[in-house]
Design a protein around this ligand. Structure first.
Ligand SMILES: Cc1cc2nc3c(=O)[nH]c(=O)nc-3n(C[C@H](O)[C@H](O)[C@H](O)COP(=O)(O)OP(=O)(O)OC[C@H]3O[C@@H](n4cnc5c(N)ncnc54)[C@H](O)[C@@H]3O)c2cc1C
Length: 366
């Protein structure tokens, strides 16, 4: 049986960056990625808003805050080194009704406490301009928020894997894993191999993978959302986000930009128990209502379905677990096994920092 030093499951952004970081830190060890789909990034990595978040929303002691702020900075270096297209367009967070004002202030304060750089209140003419697009009462602006070209980024890292001789085995679903003599026997659709280090970055399927290893304390909680694209020009070059209201399963329907600058609105949020990205006719009307709650003058005729995404949320022992779950043997007891679960937003922003965290965990074990 073929034996390899490390196996990464999944070639979303987290799997690709973790494999690259692994080969940088352990240049003498061999790592391979298995990807179940025919293309990299088919799931969450290409079905998100493409926003590089600044770290405004997350509790101070959370991994989400730490990884998001670190990741946001690393993306600047990656943009220079790898010629990745990032538009540091910034974003307005807007309160539309009086009842939203205390929530806006709470998030401004949290952003300051979180160490988010370059946030400021919006005033005067700038606020008046914003009022043409949203019924805004008050707003703050975050310059460190940006927009990244998702498909360009995926291509750049695939090339990087190729240049570093890291095999990326597509159409190779991992079907079963057994532990034998302290090593993992990984059975894929096409082959069986042995490895000492196993990294689970399977996104929406990461809970299924850990079950193969006998870990049952997490369960999936998937939340789907649609994006509608707007073919009319909008007079705003920055992103616009409502304040997230209580019990929302996402940040609220906001704007984001396509690589050519086209505006899209989304995502809304509703529970699902299947990985299905299609839509029904009534989904359009629900989305239109959600857009009109925040944005003025959006003309229905210029809206059309773009795509949908599914947030890989998780529950721990039946309760919603709201932070990223990045664990190694010290936490779950399986030597050589590292896992990333519940990597929902801001998981794209955080991915370069998460990759470093996983490799630190490997270094601390060996
Ligand atoms: C609607 C939505 C909006 C979002 N907006 C943002 C945003 O604006 N900014 C931000 O920072 N983050 C955002 N996120 C979060 C971000 O998209 C994710 O955190 C990130 O893409 C997760 O990447 P990943 O590599 O962990 O998972 P994925 O991209 O899902 O990759 C996992 C890979 O594993 C593969 N796989 C699964 N099972 C197997 C198996 N058995 N064998 C082999 N391969 C397997 C899958 O095919 C997949 O390619 C959003 C997410 C969603 C859903």
């Amino acid at each position: 049986m073929l034996s390899i030093d490390a196996v990464v499951i999944g070639s979303g952004i987290n799997g690709m960056l973790t494999a690259l970081e692994f080969s940088k830190v352990f240049p003498d060890l061999e790592v391979v990625i298995f990807e179940k789909e025919k293309y990299s990034g088919e799931h969450s990595t290409s079905r998100n808003s493409g926003v590089l978040h600044a770290g405004i929303y997350y509790p101070y002691n959370s991994l989400k805050r730490e990884m998001c702020i670190k990741g946001n900075k690393i993306w600047d270096d990656l943009a220079t080194e790898k010629d990745i297209k990032i538009n540091r367009c910034g974003k307005y967070v807007v309160a539309c009704g009086d009842e939203e004002l205390p929530i806006l202030s709470k998030f401004y304060k949290r952003a300051e406490e979180n160490g988010v750089e370059e946030i400021r209140w919006v005033e005067g003419e700038e606020l008046d301009n914003l009022k043409e697009l949203v019924d805004v009462k008050k707003s703050f602006f975050s310059s460190k928020t940006g927009s990244i070209d998702l498909s360009d980024t995926i291509k750049k890292f695939e090339n990087e894997l190729y240049n570093k001789n890291i095999p990326l085995m597509k159409d190779s679903e991992v079907l079963n894993i057994k532990v034998e003599d302290g090593q993992f026997i990984v059975e894929t659709k096409n082959e069986v191999l042995k490895t000492k280090i196993l990294i689970n970055s399977a996104g929406l399927y990461s809970v299924k993978i850990r079950r193969m290893l006998g870990l049952f304390d997490l369960e999936d909680y998937w939340v789907k959302g649609f994006y509608l694209k707007y073919s009319k020009k909008m007079k705003c070059t920055s992103l616009i986000y409502p304040v997230p209201l209580k019990n929302l399963k996402g940040l609220g329907v906001h704007t984001s930009f396509d690589s050519d600058g086209t505006v899209r609105f989304g995502p809304n949020a509703f529970d699902t128990n299947q990985i299905y990205y299609g839509h029904e006719d009534q989904d359009f009307e629900t989305m239109y209502q959600a857009i009109c709650r925040v944005f003025k003058c959006v003309q229905k005729d210029f809206l059309s379905f773009d795509y949908s995404g599914i947030r890989p949320k998780i529950k721990l022992n039946g309760e919603l677990y709201t932070d990223f779950w990045v664990k190694g043997p010290k936490e779950h007891g399986i030597s050589g096994y590292y896992e990333m679960c519940g990597i929902e937003s801001p998981g794209f922003t955080a991915s370069p920092a998460i990759a470093k965290l996983v490799i630190e965990k490997i270094l601390n074990e060996n």
